[in-house]
Design a protein. Structure first.
Ligand code: DP6
Length: 337
């Protein structure tokens, strides 16, 4: 995948002036979790993951070609560490067959540090905006492979709806568009706003190197995929929710097994888990999942969303909720609402 045809170039080689390209992406919420990398060094996932791309929240990235020697990225106004982006930009240039440097600024429509998988939407939007700024017409699948170099979950965010990233895969694939399940809702319960102490990347590595449960997790996560795909196909919330709960519980069990243990949950996280159990016991389908942080994401149907938001709000402690639904893949400006 090199040397993509250029479309309507925004850049005149030699003059160094380019217009800004704008791209949006929604965060990718995994129902079957990616946790662990193959040892190839290429940021390939060791587990399959199945996710929904969230609508109602997004990262928006503005990118242009730069005359500087290095790529620069800011997120919500904060300049980012170039080391975190170098493999991504090297991959982007290699895959698109270009040598340009980029200047990019991203903003999240959701609260920063809300634990909403901002690296998935962030690297997906960055990929789309940079490819546009360079005038490269790459397919969504190829953009997925580039985004993966930044964050494996970002390979999923370039697609809308329900997205699969198989174990060892270079790119994700859409399983269904967002229209497949328009009644599905995801209530994000933000329990704590400070940035997490251990990044998911480091915690993944610690789990692989120091948890006796890591290889059981890798095996079991693959076993969960067929049931999750069946549940998705038949829009069976109970089966999907039960599978998603098992996936996050196994993942956090493996993380907690590291030495020293890594515990992302706070008391408020546990109180939301219990609130979901109480709602299910009372006949409200509320199925939680948790990523590498203290926030809880609750799957439910649109008819129950108000009840779920009220129940979580009643827990107090400053827990805030954000209502999301299955959303679109990459969207390009100008003219975005
Ligand atoms: C818990 O995609 O952020 O959210 O590839 O190292 O950047 P890197 O990791 P990242 O990990 C996401 C982990 C997760 C589960 C998931 O989204 O599947």
């Amino acid at each position: 995948m090199t040397g993509f045809p250029r479309f309507h170039p925004l850049h005149t080689p030699g003059h160094g002036v380019s217009e800004e390209a704008v791209c949006r992406a929604g965060p990718s919420l995994a129902l079957v979790k990616y946790w662990g990398k193959s040892l190839s060094g290429d940021n390939l996932p060791a587990t399959p993951s199945l996710a929904v791309t969230l609508g109602g929240v997004h990262t928006e990235t503005r990118a242009s070609l730069s005359q500087a020697d290095d790529d620069t990225v800011s997120v919500d106004g904060a300049v980012q560490d170039p080391a975190r982006y170098s493999f991504f930009f090297d991959t982007l240039r290699r895959e698109l067959g270009i040598s340009a440097r980029f200047r990019a600024a991203s903003t999240n429509s959701f609260p920063t540090s809300a634990g909403l998988a901002s690296s998935s939407s962030g690297f997906a939007a960055l990929t789309g905006a940079c490819a546009r700024a360079a005038g490269c017409a790459a397919s969504t699948a190829d953009l997925s492979a580039i985004a993966r170099a930044g964050s494996a979950s970002a390979a999923r965010s370039v697609f809308g709806g329900f997205v699969l990233l198989p174990a060892g895969a270079r790119r994700a694939q859409q399983v269904y568009g967002p229209e497949h399940w328009p009644d599905l809702r995801i209530v994000v319960a933000v329990t704590h706003r400070a940035p997490k102490a251990v990044t998911s990347r480091r915690a993944m590595e610690e789990t692989r190197a120091r948890s006796p449960y890591y290889f059981s997790w890798i095996k079991k996560s693959s076993d969960l995929l067929p049931g999750a795909l069946r549940a998705l196909e038949s829009r069976d919330l109970e089966l999907l929710g039960e599978t998603a709960r098992h996936s996050y519980s196994l993942m956090h069990g493996a993380i907690l097994g590291a030495r020293p243990p890594i515990l992302y949950w706070l008391p408020a996280t546990v109180s939301v888990i219990h609130a979901c159990a109480a709602m299910r016991a009372a006949g409200v389908g509320a199925w939680e999942t948790i990523d590498a942080g203290p926030q809880v994401k609750i799957l439910c149907l649109s008819k129950d969303a108000d009840a779920v938001i009220a129940r979580v709000g009643a827990l107090g402690g400053g827990i805030q909720t954000i209502l999301c639904r299955p959303g679109p893949g990459l969207q390009y400006g100008p003219g975005l609402p």
